[in-house]
Design a protein. Structure first.
Length: 479
């Protein structure tokens, strides 16, 4: 029997963002989570198909569809949904052609829009490269999955595969449905003895809609610019800076992540000519052992306002960033509550996405997925670049987007910094059609310089920092 329910708390922010990008067709936002695994060894394809169906039956989110599109949608959990696993046999093709086809599958998975009204809201392809090598490609609509969920999916799939071959017992039922998942999220967001009104008041005291909405200079996109296209530019810190990072963080009684976040606050403040900056970041949103066993959208965005005094030591910014992150985690709340606290007319303004609450985005990459094993198999995480086949038109062009949605797409494509899990470097992700290579290289040069200065001399005031000549990526003063 089908069950129809409202969104879970941690789905609110993502849905608001999708409907701001395209109110009539939220699936066209193409906000997805992807995972790729290499399977080495002898694979029983029939057993893997059965195992994947076992995973679908185990997790409600994999059987979800949307019955109502709008500001407050309804979702239905279907009693049964067939696994969408597609089998692609590339044996006999040269390795270069195999790699190109896998990259095209990855592109298609990312860029074919999901219809929220049709289940399943995820895709899977098993690509046979040889008798002993396969690639498993997974793509999830972000409303049903987050990055952690990909790990859960693969771990449950490996267990179910082993169970189908009689090597282990099947997993016991989870004992929680989607309604229970929503209640679990609500309970975890209400932990720590802080009531909902106090949490809302905390955000109301610290946030306001950012002005200007777009921090990074961006020309109006040309009509043929592909708005959903993203490119990542990698950067690395000098080895000596990486070696000093953890001792420097310990000396400031914080984590390397917070120290790197503080450096980005300093950089943006200097280049924008503003003392107050707000960074957006995300948390795992899984506080209990049970929540870490579930597939679903759990991540929770938080917003970190900080004041950068150009004449105070940079360690003061580190302390402010540490306090802001700790306070934001302690007062985490469903997006609708945060939005109403910060903007009381939020119900009238919808869709009103959360990127009105931050100047720029900064986050950590997910920790590396473990290598798994099954009967006769080794399951390894791999990176696959999504590449379109020659002549493929862009899925979303600026000309296709309503004018009032275009600023949301542009801010979606503005540079975000993702630091690696080992904190030795990271990537800057942005839409190259709107934000050019010179801007991103300037941001990277500046950021490496600020991190180096902060790690080696945290007592130095920002005003005395010397940034690289010609690296300015903000060519305007935003007040």
């Amino acid at each position: 029997m089908s069950t129809t329910l409202p969104l879970a708390p941690s789905q609110q922010m993502m849905w608001e963002f999708m409907t701001a990008l395209d109110p009539a067709h939220p699936g066209d936002a193409r906000l997805v989570v992807v995972e790729f695994r290499r399977l080495r060894g002898t694979l029983r394809v029939d057993a893997l198909r059965q195992a994947m169906q076992d995973v679908v039956d185990r997790h409600d989110a994999l059987r979800m569809r949307f019955d109502r599109i709008g500001a407050d949608p309804a979702v239905t959990i279907l009693p049964h949904v067939e696994s969408p696993l597609e089998y692609v046999d590339l044996t006999g093709l040269p390795p270069a052609e195999q790699r190109a086809r896998v990259e095209q599958i990855a592109y298609e998975h990312r860029n074919v829009a999901f219809d929220p009204g049709r289940a399943p809201l995820w895709r899977a392809a098993l690509v046979r490269l040889s008798a002993t090598e396969h690639v498993l490609a997974l793509c999830f609509f972000h409303m049903v999955s987050d990055g952690w969920s990909c790990r859960v999916f693969v771990e449950d799939l490996c267990h179910a595969y082993a169970a189908r071959l009689g090597a282990v017992d099947p997993q016991p039922p989870l004992g929680v449905d989607f309604a229970g998942l929503a209640a679990l999220q609500e309970a975890e967001l209400a932990g720590g003895g802080i009531d909902a009104a106090t949490r809302a008041g905390w955000w109301a005291d610290r946030l306001r809609p950012v002005e200007p909405y777009q921090l990074f200079p961006a020309p109006s996109p040309a009509p043929d610019v592909a708005l959903s296209a993203e490119v990542a530019t990698r950067f690395a810190f000098p080895p000596e800076i990486t070696a000093w990072l953890r001792p420097a963080a310990r000396a400031e009684r914080t984590s390397p992540y917070v120290l790197l976040l503080a450096a980005y606050l300093v950089l943006l403040s200097l280049r924008a000519g503003r003392r107050r900056m707000v960074l957006g970041t995300t948390t795992l949103g899984r506080e209990s052992p049970l929540s870490r066993q579930l597939i679903g959208q759990f991540t929770n965005n938080v917003y970190l306002p900080a004041t950068v005094d150009p004449h105070a030591p940079m360690r003061a910014v580190v302390a402010a960033a540490h306090a802001a992150l700790a306070g934001a985690i302690d007062h985490a709340a469903p997006f609708h509550r945060v939005a109403r606290a910060v903007r009381p007319d939020f119900p009238r303004m919808r869709p009103w996405p959360d990127n009105h609450l931050f100047d720029a985005w900064f986050q950590s990459a997910a920790s590396a997925s473990p290598v798994l094993s099954g009967p006769g198999l080794r399951v390894e995480p791999i990176d696959v670049t999504a590449r379109a086949a020659p002549g493929t038109p862009p899925p979303v062009r600026a000309a296709d987007v309503p004018p009032d949605c275009l600023p949301v797409w542009v801010k979606r494509g503005s540079p975000i910094v993702v630091v690696d899990d080992d904190r030795a470097g990271g990537v800057v992700i942005r839409n190259r059609g709107v934000f050019g290579d010179d801007l991103v290289q300037g941001l990277i040069d500046d950021y490496v310089a600020v991190v180096s200065a902060l790690v080696t001399d945290p007592g130095l005031p920002p005003a005395r920092l010397r940034l690289p000549d010609g690296a300015c990526f903000l060519d305007h003063t935003t007040g």
